[in-house]
Design a protein around this ligand. Structure first.
Ligand code: GN1
Ligand code: MG
Length: 367
């Protein structure tokens, strides 16, 4: 996009300093991101982002959620007497016109936040950064436990397993691209069916009232955290999917991405597997900061959460494969099937570690 057009968008917000340059930042697949450099060294730089309204149909709700979450965390940090708060929680800039945290320009949705200086993101985790990530996501949930507003569901039924299975069953019935009869698809459907009842237990416990929803991040990949130059987590970013959910979402989705030996689309199924070192480090960090508020039923079911997310992602990738590859970008025709198969193999590996996971969690609690 042109500088002048971008500058016009920035001018809708209540910024300090004068804009010198606006340049692309990062490589996100969902939102477009730019760094806004200001001329004065005394004023902050900013991050300008266009929110993808196809993925997030209610941007107003997304930004109300984010406003509530960031101001609640800021209050907590202030009350705790933390230093360097500006680097520990994002600050979104309101618009001049109506004070909302987004501006609509030519039908597109934009937001502006203060750029956090001297911070980096990472693409992969070692045990030390996993432990820190566990602590950070646990702390994030803990700080939001008493948020006084009801947050909206920014993507409806996002991590609802019953809904994801229903979506899969519908596409199997319609078979729009004729892939359902492939033997490999049939084999995968059998594996999915065999576990369907067990994997929906969170939804059942939710209905029975034995499992609460709490404010979760719902996209807990390692690259959604900022680290300082001492390798410590500063803050959690990418808050679009923050919404009420079972805590299994944050715990399970981190391990799905962080504890697989290979990337989620690696086609070498023999290389796929669940890295127990990462599991242990992340679990230790998470329990350290989250055990004060977690219920026994939540802790007991952490191994289930580790299985649920590869399972759910297998179902979602297979659904997209059978739909004709409409949701995730594919580099080759079988890409979505390979992803689904990778997640299924990760699930097999997680299942083989159940007793070890349970023993480790008990050990953490006895410390
Ligand atoms: C999508 O866009 P990204 O990579 O943050 C998806 C996640 C999936 C992930 C699988 C809004 O996340 O739920 O786990 O792909 N996000 C949405 O790669 O659907
Ligand atoms: Mg994301």
């Amino acid at each position: 996009m042109e500088q002048n057009q971008l500058k016009l968008i920035v001018s809708k917000f209540d910024v300090k300093g004068s804009v010198e340059e606006i340049k692309p930042l990062g490589a996100g697949l969902i939102n477009d991101t730019y760094k806004v450099v200001t001329a004065e060294s005394t004023e902050p730089d900013y991050v300008l982002q266009r929110v993808n309204e196809n993925v997030f149909p209610d941007v107003d709700m997304v930004m109300r959620n984010i406003g509530a979450v960031t101001s609640h965390i800021r209050q907590k940090l202030e009350a705790a007497g933390e230093d360097d708060i500006e680097r520990k929680v994002l600050r979104f800039i309101p618009t001049k016109a109506d004070g909302k945290l987004y501006a609509v320009v030519d039908g597109k949705y934009w937001r502006l936040m203060v750029f956090i200086p001297n911070a980096i993101t990472k693409q992969a985790v070692d045990p030390a950064s996993s432990r820190d990530a566990g602590r950070a996501f646990g702390r994030f949930q803990a700080m939001l436990a008493d948020i006084p507003v009801q947050l909206g569901e920014t993507i409806k039924d996002f991590h609802n397993m019953e809904f994801r299975l229903q979506q899969l069953r519908e596409v199997v019935a319609k078979d729009p691209v004729g892939r359902v009869s492939e033997p490999k698809v049939q084999r995968m459907l059998q594996e999915i069916d065999a576990r369907a009842f067990e994997m929906c237990k969170a939804e059942r416990m939710g209905r029975e009232g034995t499992l609460p929803k709490r404010v979760c991040h719902c996209d807990t990949k390692v690259n959604n955290m900022m680290f300082n130059d001492r390798n410590e987590v500063l803050c959690v970013i990418d808050l679009d999917t923050v919404m009420p959910n079972f805590i299994f979402s944050d715990y399970g989705d981190f391990l799905r991405t962080g504890a697989n030996f290979v990337a989620e689309d690696n086609a070498d199924m023999a290389a796929v597997g669940f890295n127990m070192e990462i599991f242990k480090a992340f679990t230790e960090g998470y329990l350290e900061s989250a055990r004060s508020f977690l219920l026994p039923v939540e802790i007991e079911n952490l191994p289930y959460a580790a299985a649920l997310f590869p399972y759910m992602q297998c179902v979602r990738f297979l659904w997209d494969y059978l739909s004709g590859d409409k949701y995730w970008k594919c580099q080759y025709p079988e890409h979505n099937f390979v992803r689904a198969n990778n997640q299924l193999h990760l699930l097999f590996s997680v299942e083989s570690h159940y007793p070890e996971m349970q023993a480790f969690i008990r050990q953490c609690l006895n410390k």
